[in-house]
Design a protein around this ligand. Sequence first.
Ligand SMILES: NC(=O)c1ccc[n+]([C@@H]2O[C@H](COP(=O)([O-])OP(=O)(O)OC[C@H]3O[C@@H](n4cnc5c(N)ncnc54)[C@H](OP(=O)(O)O)[C@@H]3O)[C@@H](O)[C@H]2O)c1
Length: 301
Amino acid sequence: MSLSRRALLAAGALAPLLPRRAAAEAGLIRRPIPKSGEMLPAIGIGTSRRYEVEPTPDKVAPLEEAVRRFVELGGSVIDTAPSYGTAEDVLGKIFAKGDLRQKVFLASKVSASGAEGGRAEIQRSFERMGVDVIDLVAVHNLIDTKTNLATLRDLKDRRKIRYVGVTVWRDGQFDALEPVLRTEPLDFVQVNYAVDNRAAAERVLPLAAEKGVAVMVNVPFGRDRLFKAVQGKPLPDFAKAFGCETWPQFFLKYVLGHPAVTCPIPGMAKVAYVEDNCAAARGRLPDAAERRQMEAFIDAL
Ligand SMILES: NC(=O)c1ccc[n+]([C@@H]2O[C@H](COP(=O)([O-])OP(=O)(O)OC[C@H]3O[C@@H](n4cnc5c(N)ncnc54)[C@H](OP(=O)(O)O)[C@@H]3O)[C@@H](O)[C@H]2O)c1
């Protein structure tokens, strides 16, 4: 510690800053992948829409800055898909220099139909991102699930991918998802869940917990839906008890408060969003009674 900082501390000048700073430096909450026990930081980056930019240095630079800050804060999960425009190419540019790839848990998807189509699409994902191994590949929106899962299991056996999963993002897909969760051996499921969109908690999340399947939560803000709902409204006082300082933290801590959830993956393409959202994965999470209070607050808006 520098003398001046020590002197300031002795004088008590930095005291009010300390709790906030200590919280900011604390590690992220980590949750196990049930099938392996591997621990994952409980917040990830979603790359749809905002990472779909022209993969030129000037367009990639701010996204690289967001990813770097995320990793600096202890984050590792990044979710992408071949169908997210140029997002995989952009990640390829970000991974091309430095050691970010080694620090990231990389999740992509397959959305082509047919064995050949699926294999070709996954092969292109490896090439576009310039990686030898993809940590997780999930069947996107249950497209040709049986065929694609067979391909993914083969790739897992050959150690080209480490985990296999499926994704949905609409409540209307839950009827089709349920038998897949019941009958297929899966490592991950990705599902829509938010404080104002709680249908997944009725059947999908309990079933995932029962089957030992890790849960990634997509659209945890409903894109702009929740932000619009709380626009101009202050955070309720009760949210301070579990460390919420912003609305995004309120929305993410709600999701993380569900014991079956492994990690929400909000879209975050800005350093400020990364810092804000990572703070949700630190400190205390709301308990069951507090989560009911959060639901009631949002329902009453
Ligand atoms: N079927 C599937 O597999 C499926 C479907 C949908 C999504 N996903 C995955 O889930 C991820 C998340 O979904 P999403 O990005 O569509 O929706 P989302 O996470 O609910 O919302 C993301 C948007 O919230 C805003 N935001 C994020 N952090 C913020 C903060 N701290 N403060 C203020 N605003 C903030 C940003 O809006 P602005 O950029 O407008 O400022 C951002 O684009 C996707 O990126 C994708 O990886 C998967």
